[in-house]
Design a protein around this ligand. Structure first.
Ligand code: KG4
Ligand code: ZN
Length: 343
């Protein structure tokens, strides 16, 4: 009989619970987004996020068991993201996970949320083809990871300042869009050409495999300042002759160009023929088609998950934990939560 894991993810502003049979069969994967709860504050309020996780986590676990048509007695292990993220939010998931593992007397497996993102590809495409280069483009992290096997990986590139997702969200916010800004920017990039305006492509040809996106955000800030309509009484309005769509499309073209160039350069440098893209930004149709075209041209095997597995979800966390379960890598009840990425 296959093992069954229950996984919890409360790293940021989504509460997610999944139940997985074996390493790939999703029996339940339920996610509640909090973004409407934070909308009036213009960003995620950590204290509020923890409280919201606490309000819904037990209900979500009950719903997941119901969806999977199982009771607690069938659960073989409990998985939980214990870093990186908002400390208060992480502690809610971790405390619930520890209580469950203790009560059910089953193994507890703490998971690095960022390491889990590429495992969304295992759920959708089957076992990973090693060696592989992972581009993780989540809200808080932009990483290039070279993996030789499960748990055998090295971060070869990271953003030195803002993550790509963070930059996209902040630019969308400048234009008055609510969080998360990625979908709106991606829609603009689908509809309009990315050639109308020339925004910088920071570090595209420098600094090894590292990224930097804060300069691009500042360039957009300057662009807006230079194009404010001073004749209009409402300050901070863009010149009405400038359409928002082509501006956002050109901005996103810069983001995609940098991600694409750096990823394929790293693949070439390390002689890697498999690339996986994961994290919320990987849901972007613009980014996916650019990566597909380049992979076809270069003879690379490209993997990306369906959109619902790109954004935060507990199924990817449980999938990584299922591999850890097989390797008998368990944690005990002293497991702690950490806001930073540790690896
Ligand atoms: O992986 P994720 O859900 O959360 C973190 O682990 O941080 O990523 C969130 C990021 C946000 O920047 C959001 O705007 C972006 O993913 N995102 C998208 C799309 N859906 C979410 N970006 C582009 N196109 C989308 N469809
Ligand atoms: Zn994430």
């Amino acid at each position: 009989m296959s093992i069954i894991g229950l996984g919890i993810d409360t790293t940021f502003d989504d509460t997610s619970v999944a139940i997985l049979r074996g390493k790939r069969e999703i029996l339940a994967n339920l996610t509640l987004s909090q973004f409407q709860d934070h909308e009036e504050f213009g960003g995620v309020v950590p204290e509020r996020a923890s409280r919201k996780h606490l309000e819904v986590i037990n209900i979500l676990i009950a719903d997941a068991l119901k969806k999977a048509q199982l009771n607690f007695s069938r659960i073989d292990y409990i998985a939980v993201s214990n870093h990186p993220g908002l400390l208060g939010s992480l502690l809610v998931g971790l405390t619930v996970a520890k209580s469950l593992a203790y009560t059910l007397q089953c193994p507890l497996i703490g998971v690095n949320h960022v390491e889990a993102h590429p495992y969304a590809n295992v759920l959708s495409h089957g076992e990973m083809r090693f060696p592989i280069l992972h581009l993780v483009v989540a809200g808080g992290h932009t990483l290039l990871i070279k993996a030789r096997g499960h748990f055998d990986y090295k971060i070869i590139g990271r953003s030195l300042d803002d993550a790509a997702g963070e930059c996209v969200d902040k630019v969308a916010k400048m234009f008055g869009h609510a969080m998360p800004g990625g979908p709106v920017v991606d829609s603009a990039a689908q509809e309009f050409s990315g050639d109308a305006f020339d925004f910088p492509r920071p570090l595209m040809h420098k600094n090894g495999h590292n990224f930097s996106f804060s300069g691009l955000k500042t360039a957009m800030l300057r662009f807006r300042e230079q194009n404010l309509d001073t004749s209009f009484s409402g300050v901070n309005e863009l010149n009405p002759l400038l359409e928002e769509g082509p501006i956002l499309a050109s901005f996103f073209q810069s983001v995609v160009d940098v991600l694409l160039h750096k990823t394929f350069k790293a693949a070439k440098t390390f002689g890697l023929k498999n690339i996986s893209v994961s994290g919320g930004l990987a849901a972007s149709r613009k980014l996916r088609s650019a990566f597909e075209e380049e992979s076809d041209r270069k003879g690379i095997n490209l993997f990306y998950p369906p959109p619902n597995l790109c954004t935060d979800n507990a199924a990817m966390v449980t999938c990584l934990a299922a591999h850890r379960y097989e390797a008998k890598q368990f944690d005990d009840l002293t497991l702690d939560a950490f806001p930073n990425l540790i690896c």
